[in-house]
Design a protein around this ligand. Structure first.
Ligand code: SF4
Length: 403
């Protein structure tokens, strides 16, 4: 059994989540010299980028993009700020964007305006001659940071030691929002990667081969999917990496069907059932749609649950005049509201909290990496090493075979 001596420290990205929260819905970008005063980690870049305002940056990014032409592909995650996503050739969730990177083979430079695990996934899936760049290396993900490789490997070793009576007794499944190393662990051990859209299919695929699944790193997506599949709560246990055997007896592990890694999204766990209750009292006929990274009570109180793509679709296709409270990241909620002026659309959480790691892709970083490419200097290239790439690819390919 792995001995756990470390203290239960929260990742820095989680502690920093409140740094950008505010009470007014005003997310216009300021020069980096002002934004970087907010006490979160920022990657240092040359000083002349710090005082540039939005219009100067827009001009420089547009010019660099024009000059780089088809050798450049800019991908923008739905949660990016407006001043960055407007330069994206494609918008989408992490997997849709990685697919775009694969499809655009003429693009030598893939600038991924998202977070670190997304750029890693794009590097794994793209050809070796394509270079994936993350504009700010401090743009991580608090959820992915809650599943360090060493802890996940210890958990897997403990589980396989306890559950070694049959073949196979357990499969590892990881959400896309995890490091390449965790995806590789899944690939090496017959497991699979999933997204928020195909988590149920990935679990069904896994249960067709094994009696149990350990699900990394989001306990909420895992639990919500398990409940949807009819797995009772008492058959799901949460693995606490700071306790021996995750805080369970060998019998409890034997008895479990779904073992959930204790991890969460610092953005989606802000949404609560009580916010839904208050919103419904305030607006009659209100519709509520939330992301499956929200806690199960929130999901149970909502009318719809789904990925960012589903949220977008449900609201866009709704009748004019309908009212929508959305439980997902504020930049996307604001964009859906702007694109649906015939409906009332607002964020379920009255406090405005962008994803603090996504928000670190300030336009100054985008300008810096693009001008770097032009000058022949590739800043912030994300490279996944050969073996990790190969193993992670197995788990990603298994996901691609899901119907
Ligand atoms: S919204 Fe949550 S899961 Fe997505 S990148 Fe931000 S912290 Fe990670």
């Amino acid at each position: 059994m792995a001995i756990t001596n470390r203290l239960p420290l929260l990742p820095t990205t989680e502690i920093e989540q409140d740094a950008f929260c505010r009470t007014e819905n005003e997310l216009t970008s300021l020069p980096l010299e002002l934004e970087s005063q907010i006490s979160v980690q920022w990657q240092k870049i040359p000083e002349d980028y710090y005082p540039l305002d939005s219009s100067e940056l827009e001009e420089r990014i547009s010019a660099a993009k024009r000059r780089l032409g088809s050798s450049l592909l800019i991908l923008g995650h739905h949660y990016q700020r407006d001043e960055v996503i407007k330069f994206a050739d494609f918008r989408g969730d992490s997997f849709k964007l990685a697919q775009q990177a694969v499809a655009q083979k003429s693009a030598e430079y893939v600038v991924f305006c998202g977070v670190h695990f997304m750029a890693e996934t794009a590097d794994i899936l793209t050809d070796q001659n394509q270079r994936v760049i993350l504009p700010n290396l401090a743009a991580g993900c608090s959820m992915a940071d809650m599943a360090p490789t060493e802890d996940v490997t210890d958990c897997w070793d403990d589980l396989t030691e306890i559950l070694r009576n049959g073949i196979p007794e357990i499969l590892p499944v990881t959400y896309m929002n995890s490091t390449a190393a965790i995806k590789a662990l899944c690939g090496k051990n017959g497991g699979i990667v999933c997204t928020s859209s195909n988590a149920q299919r990935a679990l069904e695929w896994s249960f067709s081969q094994a009696q149990r699944v350990v699900f990394f790193p989001d306990e909420h997506l895992g639990r919500n999917t398990g409940l949807k599949m009819g797995i009772p709560l008492e058959k799901m246990i949460v693995w606490n990496p700071f306790k021996p055997l995750g805080g369970h007896t060998p019998e409890a592990i034997q008895n479990a069907k779904l073992i959930l890694w204790q991890g969460r999204c610092s953005v989606h766990t802000r949404f609560t059932a009580s916010q839904i209750e208050k919103a419904r009292i305030a607006i009659s006929g209100l519709n509520v749609v939330v992301h499956p990274e929200c806690p199960m009570e929130t999901v149970a109180a909502a009318d719809y649950v789904g990925s960012t793509e589903v949220i977008n679709k449900v609201v866009s296709e709704a009748p004019a005049g309908s009212s929508w409270a959305i439980g997902t990241e504020i930049s996307l909620v604001n964009r859906i509201a702007a694109e649906n002026p015939d409906k009332t659309v607002f964020c379920l959480d009255p406090v405005v909290c962008p994803c603090t790691t996504m928000y670190r892709i300030h336009p100054a970083y985008l300008a810096w990496v693009l001008e770097g490419i032009e000058a022949g200097s590739i800043n912030n290239q994300i490279i996944v090493d050969g073996q990790t790439r190969q193993d992670a690819r197995i788990a990603l390919d298994s996901m691609l075979t899901l119907v």
